[in-house]
Design a protein around this ligand. Structure first.
Ligand SMILES: NC(=O)C1=CN([C@@H]2O[C@H](COP(=O)(O)OP(=O)(O)OC[C@H]3O[C@@H](n4cnc5c(N)ncnc54)[C@H](OP(=O)(O)O)[C@@H]3O)[C@@H](O)[C@H]2O)C=CC1
Ligand SMILES: CC(=O)N[C@@H](CCC(=O)OP(=O)(O)O)C(=O)O
Length: 345
């Protein structure tokens, strides 16, 4: 694979995920920014949509088509669900195609049908290198399915417990997300006056489309089916996810053994941090960084493992995670061009 002067196109360049891809790619030493494409904003300057990226302000957005995306080493698709498969099918097998949407994440067509509906496009290597076995799979991959933002948080929070056989398959997750998780288009529950000054639940009762994706990842680690009860909430912030994930503790588990398992699983992971004992994750710790901040505890009274994680939904939860997987696929250092530090306070 060529290593210098590689070009990346971004489809969906006017959106939130596209904007975060561009922000990170501007600092990537091996990937140059090629075509920028979208839909209704085609023909307009990027500066009208991503004013925080002045270096690219005069670049003109093109229509999303096989022709505009051709001739790139990497194509990032940051399009609404259901729009990636047709575009990807027209791109050559040597192009690395990265789907930031959901189209290629689920391996089970029945789960796709239940939660998304319509034809299942098939599954691609899942872009979460930290999960057992996936880092190897992503090396030399030419098609990559970027995980959903909530499923990224939940899989990273619980994989150490499942990999060590310390948790049972009855998972409960309550997670708060910033509003950028919903994309740029206007939605009634996302108007400023609905969001400011309030945290609200939505998509509860087993209906959120990220549920089967969480179950798929955790089952692969556990080697047994896993059930997830997931309740998302919206928090009055633009970015960030804070997920509290719990699962039954295996009999006899001690807090010390649980912590040791997390310590071991995370020790060599460049983007994952087990916080010092007593320090709990906050979304501020990972703002704009491709990192995850974790804490774990054993609730002895309830007999449950409690794992809390913070990520930035647009960075580790989408664009940063996507570039991390592309680095692997290109044989580059996994951390290349990716921020490892948050912003404080
Ligand atoms: N936001 C997040 O935290 C996360 C997002 N994702 C996924 O990334 C993808 C993009 O999300 P996000 O950036 O938030 O969404 P936005 O709504 O912010 O942006 C959508 C982008 O897609 C373009 N677009 C819309 N319809 C079409 C079409 N028919 N053909 C080509 N381009 C089109 C839009 O262009 P135009 O402006 O011209 O209409 C825009 O650039 C989605 O699949 C989303 O689920 C994944 C993980 C997290
Ligand atoms: C806050 C908010 O609305 N979040 C979105 C999920 C974020 C997202 O982009 O989902 P994908 O990764 O599947 O694209 C939601 O709950 O539908």
């Amino acid at each position: 694979m060529q290593e210098v002067g590689m070009k990346a196109a971004i489809a969906g360049a006017s959106g939130y995920a596209g904007g975060e891809l561009l922000r990170l790619l501007l600092g990537h030493p091996k990937l140059q920014i090629g075509a920028l494409t979208a839909a209704s904003s085609a023909g307009t300057a990027l500066g009208a949509h991503q004013p925080h990226l002045p270096q690219l302000a005069s670049r003109v957005i093109e229509e999303t088509s096989a022709a505009t995306l051709a001739g790139h080493d990497v194509v990032f698709l940051a399009l609404p669900h259901g729009h990636s498969a047709a575009v990807a099918a027209e791109l050559g097998p040597d192009t690395i195609v990265v789907d930031c949407g959901a189209d290629h994440r689920l391996t089970d067509p029945a789960a796709w049908q239940e939660f998304y509906g319509g034809a299942h496009a098939g599954s691609w290597p899942y872009g979460l290198p930290e999960l057992p076995g996936l880092r190897e799979l992503l090396k030399d991959a030419t098609r990559i399915a970027v995980p959903g933002c909530y499923p990224t948080a939940v899989a990273l929070a619980l994989f150490p417990a499942f990999a060590a056989g310390l948790a049972g398959p009855d998972v409960v997750v309550v997670a708060a997300s910033g509003t950028s998780g919903a994309g740029k288009s206007l939605k009634p529950n996302l108007l400023g006056s609905e969001v400011m000054g309030a945290v609200s639940a939505y998509g509860a009762g087993g209906v959120h489309r990220h549920t089967p994706e969480m179950e798929q990842s955790l089952a692969a680690v556990a080697g047994t089916p896993v059930r997830v009860s997931f309740t998302p909430t919206l928090a009055p912030m633009s970015r960030g996810i804070l997920a509290t994930c719990t699962a039954p503790a295996v009999p006899g588990l001690t807090g010390q053994a649980l912590r040791a398992a997390y310590h071991e699983a995370l020790a060599t992971e460049p983007f994952l941090t087990l916080l010092p004992e007593g320090v709990w994750p906050s979304t501020a710790m990972t703002y704009g960084a491709n990192t995850a901040a974790l804490q774990v505890a054993l609730d002895e009274r309830a007999g449950r493992v409690i794992a809390v994680i913070a990520i930035d939904n647009l960075t580790k939860g989408t664009a940063g995670g996507a570039i991390q997987s592309v680095n692997l696929a290109l044989g580059l250092p996994e951390e290349l061009g990716l921020p490892l530090t948050g912003v404080a306070p």
